[in-house]
Design a protein around this ligand. Sequence first.
Ligand SMILES: NC(=O)C1=CN([C@@H]2O[C@H](COP(=O)(O)OP(=O)(O)OC[C@H]3O[C@@H](n4cnc5c(N)ncnc54)[C@H](O)[C@@H]3O)[C@@H](O)[C@H]2O)C=CC1
Ligand SMILES: CC(=O)C(=O)O
Ligand SMILES: [Mg+2]
Length: 589
Amino acid sequence: MAYGDSHPPANVKHNPHVVGSRHLTTTGGDYDTSYPLEVRKYIRTYGLVPPTVETFETQAQRCLKILELKQTPIEKYQYLVHLRATNVHLFYRLLSQNVKELTPLIYTPTVGEACQRWSELYTQPEGMYLSHSDKGNLHGIVQNWPHNVEITVVTDGSRILGLGDLGINGMGIPVGKLALYTACAGIRPEATLPLTVDLGTGNKALREDPLYMGSRIPKVTPEEEREFLDELMAALTERWPGIVIQFEDWKNPFPSLERYKDTYAMFNDDVQGTGAVIVGGFINAVKAAGIPIRDHRAVFLGAGSAGVGVAKQIVEFFMKEGLTEDEARQKFWFVDSNGLVTSDRGDKLADHKVYFQRTDNSGKQIQSLARLIDYVRPTILMGLSTIGGAFNAEILGKMAKLNEHPIIFPLSNPSSKSECTFEEAVAGTNGKCIFASGSPFPSLEWDGQSLTPGQGNNMYVFPGIGLGAILCRSVNITQDMIYASAESLSISLNAQERADGWLYPDIRRIREVSVEVAIGVIRAAQKNSVDRELNLRNLSDAELREYVQQRMYDPFDEGKKILHELNEIVGNGHANGANGHANGMRAAL
Ligand SMILES: NC(=O)C1=CN([C@@H]2O[C@H](COP(=O)(O)OP(=O)(O)OC[C@H]3O[C@@H](n4cnc5c(N)ncnc54)[C@H](O)[C@@H]3O)[C@@H](O)[C@H]2O)C=CC1
Ligand SMILES: CC(=O)C(=O)O
Ligand SMILES: [Mg+2]
């Protein structure tokens, strides 16, 4: 049985903007009220939108007013989903102009609630769902996606943020991450593929929920998952040879990372992207703490994919600063749900934890985080545990007593899972902490000063990693490319941000930051000889920057670009008629 056809519908050849389903596609619709009338005629939305040609300012005024009228974050999320589905370029114009205000609505924390309520709130497809029962047919089904894809984010929904196994309801995460790819790194919306693999779920309540839309089977075995993914990876790269594949929110991400990292242009965002973003901020945090690298000690609450991913990259940073690998590794104490991670704890440690197991405190199985802090006297406290509030006043007070400027990073998402809030961290350390959290918290006043929290979220790096890998057509995504993203991020603070002691750049500058990250990633790919776009090797940094910027999608340019294309087709003069009634247009239609 054929599932798809690699050829686009016939009318696509006639006009690339008219895609069968009347401008409503899986990655957004194109009913833009800012388009000049001649553009509307060309893409056949003339008469389908109100007659006035609006400025962005007018459009934005309406959108922001509607958002203001919505009472809850989830209602605002739903409005923004609707906006993207009908007017994709306006959605991205609005997002890029209001990235600080809108990111929390389309990403963490609101996307967490959206995933928890996906079955209840579902209204329209926004990505691709592939089930275990589709095995054997994935090559055909992938042909059904109507666009040329440059990047996909794929989840199995088994660990969505810190909210556990949400099955296919995790689709909100690929959708949200890819929206950030477009807004923050200028990947065209239709070049992104949100992908959720439906490999069963360990969440019994979901399997029994009449509204759940995934397979009602328990999670498949690791062997079945591997066989499925082997076929999927081959199908994706066969259809789109340059595709970059980002794995996201898998309960156990290590087997796929090991298996595919040297064969495909893939990376795991939770292990590698998180590691890079935290190293990026951490380089600035250790400078601010004023303690020599050699004297730092880190306690990590949570020894999962993100915790271990972060620590491994900090080891790399410590080694670049002159420590041996063993000295660097000995600076970490991990606590998981069974307590301190030691070699003699009595349970079999998961493979990824073994590297960081402690062997020096046998017989001293420390029972609580507070006791461990007394024992280790850490300078750094990281939270990747999904345990909201775990850094309580006692813990924060101890960190403040031990350090002039304790580094406190509660990184779990969404906000409800954060190990502490910014306000709690500031109050608990008497304003002394150096702080970054996974989800955003508001600025606050402390002792007559305005304090702004850092957001240590992989959104600062994954868009630039993907952009860099796409542009240099990287064969793989190497560890050097990931580490380069951290270094580029750390040096992308501007003078004001440095003077204010910020760890991360203002999120409103994210497009600029993504350009710098992409440049670092491309240079590292070249050093590792995994790049295929060899011309970029001859460009100076300034030329490469210009090249990257020019290739980024700009939602403000869309109308102009279509008009330009139309002018090319019908000849100058015809399509520029002020009343939009250009004769040449008829020829084009
Ligand atoms: N800020 C960021 O950019 C990122 C944040 N995260 C967040 O980090 C958190 C963890 O993610 P993963 O490591 O992928 O999950 P995971 O499930 O692999 O790891 C969770 C870890 O927390 C431990 N844990 C659970 N209960 C605990 C308790 N009571 N005390 C001590 N440890 C406990 C578990 O044993 C495990 O080691 C999530 O909330 C996720 O949203 C993940 C990736 C990026
Ligand atoms: C930010 C992210 O990737 C996570 O919390 O899983
Ligand atoms: Mg994630």
